[in-house]
Design a protein around this ligand. Structure first.
Ligand code: NAG
Ligand code: NAG
Ligand code: NAG
Ligand code: NAG
Length: 590
């Protein structure tokens, strides 16, 4: 699959960094750890403090402090049926001001609530709301909020959201009401509105409350998946980028496309399609394959090859259904060359992985091995999948097998080293770890022309915080392949991690797009950096670009999550009249 100049193909990366909240709601979350915010009422601040200290007991109702003895719900003055006290009929009560009456009703309501008498509580909050002067807006907002809490207990979600909305009209930064309305919207399946509220909560809490962030993360994933499913229906095919295709075929040493010697005469059919593929003339691939496939039996030497190649093109351009049909045709042809069938099976396995059918993927690899047990490509690709799912021992086994079968292939060999390195990290085995780094150094010397070696080694060095050395290797790789956009992205990320050098990183990310305008990874990463700088509009535009280039539902889900997070932040900051800059003003220069 698409190499980004990294260990993992693009779609695998999408899964690996599938924690959108940390990225999407990003900046404040990791830069604003020790700050509290100035906006909001005192109420909100206590609220915030309670949340941060993990005080969730009093999460439901507000205004519960000034408790009068007479309003104890267990006292004999209470009507047993609904818990409403008789005191409201007393002369004494009738002399109180409307506001004082409202407070009494609320207090009784709170008592009912605590005794699980939610209908009674609602009735009392009704009375409190009815009688409370509009000028006591903060108290009034509390009464609505409390009634919403009672409705929540009864799972009357539209009433919950209506009451929270009223509370928020009176007190727009009322965190508890926002949080409760978010829960109501989630239950009402109004996920965009839910996300907006939970984002507002996260912002008001200075991104410091894990519970809200986990909530936001859950909604982002759900919303991302929903949006991706909608978008997949009308998804246009994506013409793959040259880098993508080149590195894809590099990962198949035994692909039939490599066997073809392009002659001086103008090729036709499959040979023409292969040439078109190699020259980056992708719009000619399908028609040339069709020419071969539709020719009469006798004329065609490469009918199945053409079907396989067409299926490969469909796979690389994100047309999975068509791709599957072609692969199936090759796989189900029992008379076909086992090499062709195993190649089709290996490709189908990676397709299955992209469509999240893990078991089907592994069984395709098994079938491929049965047909063609000495084919290193199968082990190489399965090794990549094992790396992805963190089955490091299995990954090492497969890359070792692939290396035994193709000892001169540096790409497979460095993947073996990389997975062994990861194993050593997991096992906390420093001796092995340093040995692997040493082997990498040797390999770089032995294969000075192989960018995969440089790129993987640079990633390990960066992992080991040897940033300067890592940067040198990225630079070498970039000199070899100045148009490999993935390398620019990785180097940009390295600079961010190493020096916090946002300007240099941005330059590299912009450059990545300049050298390859089809590099989805670059748009996505640049968009993420822009979110973290508070440039939400630009981030959204970049995510839109990334989306056009995404191929699988899984990739789309991830990008939608990032986009939705940015959009929600934009909506909230506009609505609340906050600027992210105002929230970030005391932060280190990022
Ligand atoms: C309490 O119950 C009595 C009858 O049982 C009723 O007349 C009275 O209105 C009730 N009080 C309240 C506050 O609902
Ligand atoms: C609760 O919602 C229902 C409809 O969902 C509505 O008929 C009813 O009036 C609401 N109650 C309150 C107190 O808002
Ligand atoms: C919040 O989450 C971060 C990262 O997942 C974790 O390190 C931290 O311990 C969590 N804090 C609390 C209070 O749970
Ligand atoms: C942001 O606001 C727009 C327009 O009001 C709305 O359509 C969209 O659903 C909102 N998106 C999110 C994620 O809140």
């Amino acid at each position: 699959m698409e190499s980004t100049g990294s260990t993992f193909p693009k779609w695998q990366l999408a899964i690996l960094i599938g924690t959108p909240v940390a990225l999407g709601l990003g900046y404040l979350y990791w830069k604003n750890q020790n700050q509290s915010i100035e906006e909001g009422t005192d109420d909100d601040k206590t609220e915030l403090k309670k949340k941060l200290t993990g005080d969730t007991k009093s999460i439901s109702i507000d205004g519960d402090t000034a408790k009068s003895a007479s309003s104890n719900a267990n006292s004999p003055t209470t009507n047993a049926s609904n818990g409403i006290p008789k005191e409201f009929e007393s002369k004494q009560f009738k002399k109180l001001s409307p506001f004082e009456k409202a407070v009494k009703y609320k207090e009784s309501g709170n008592d009912c609530f605590k005794n699980g008498k939610y209908d009674g509580a609602i009735e009392l909050y009704d009375k409190a709301i009815e009688i409370c002067p509009k000028s006591n807006s903060i108290d009034l907002s509390q009464f609505y909020q409390n009634r919403a809490a009672a409705y929540e207990q009864l799972k009357k979600w539209s009433n919950v959201s209506d009451d929270c909305t009223k509370a928020l009209e009176l007190n727009p930064k009322y965190v508890k009401a926002l949080h409760r309305r978010a829960r109501a919207f989630e239950n009402l399946k109004q996920l965009e509105l839910c996300l907006e509220d939970v984002t507002a909560v996260a912002i008001l809490e200075g991104f410091q409350n894990n519970n809200s962030l986990i909530f936001a993360d859950r909604i982002l994933k759900e919303l991302g998946l929903m949006h991706a499913k909608e978008a997949m229906i009308n998804k246009e095919p994506v013409e793959p980028s040259t880098n993508f295709v080149t590195s894809y075929f590099k990962s198949f040493s035994q692909d039939p496309i490599h066997k073809v010697v392009v002659s001086s005469t103008e090729p036709k059919g499959f040979l023409k399609a292969s040439k078109a593929f190699k020259n980056g003339q992708y719009n000619e691939v399908v028609s040339a394959c069709n020419e071969e496939i539709e020719s009469s039996e006798d004329d065609s030497d490469y009918k199945l090859e053409a079907i396989l190649l067409r299926g490969t093109y469909y796979l690389l351009s994100g047309q999975f259904d068509k791709s599957l049909t072609d692969f199936n045709q090759v796989i189900n042809n029992k008379d076909a060359d086992p090499k062709l069938r195993s190649n089709a099976l290996t490709k189908r396995a990676s397709l299955q992985m992209q469509t999240d059918q893990r078991e089907a993927s592994f069984s395709d690899f098994e079938a491929a091995i049965k047909l063609d047990p000495e084919n290193p490509d199968i082990y190489h690709h399965r090794g990549q999948v094992y790396l992805l799912v963190e089955q490091l021992d299995d990954a090492v086994n497969d890359f070792t097998k692939a290396t035994d079968l193709a000892p001169k292939n540096p790409i497979t060999y460095v993947h073996k080293l990389y997975s062994e390195y990861r194993q050593a990290v997991n096992e906390q085995d420093n001796t092995k770890l340093f040995a692997k780094i040493e082997e990498f150094s040797e390999t770089v010397k032995n294969y000075p022309e192989c960018i995969e070696v440089y790129s993987l080694f640079a990633q390990i060095l960066s992992d080991q915080q040897q940033f300067q050395l890592a940067d040198d290797y990225f630079e070498k790789a970039m000199n070899l392949e100045p148009n490999n956009a993935g390398l620019y992205v990785h180097r940009g990320l390295l600079l961010l991690q190493w020096k916090g050098d946002i300007n240099e990183a941005l330059k590299l990310l912009e450059k990545a797009i300049e050298v390859d305008e089809k590099c989805e990874f670059a748009y996505e990463t640049l968009g993420t950096v822009e979110v973290q700088r508070g440039n939400l509009e630009r981030a959204i535009a970049l995510f839109d670009n990334a989306m056009k280039l995404a191929k699988s539902e899984m990739e789309l889900t991830h990008i939608f999550s990032l986009r939705d997070a940015a959009q929600a932040q934009l909506n909230v900051t506009k609505k609340m009249g906050l600027t992210l800059a105002s929230l970030m003003s005391n932060l280190p220069n990022f």
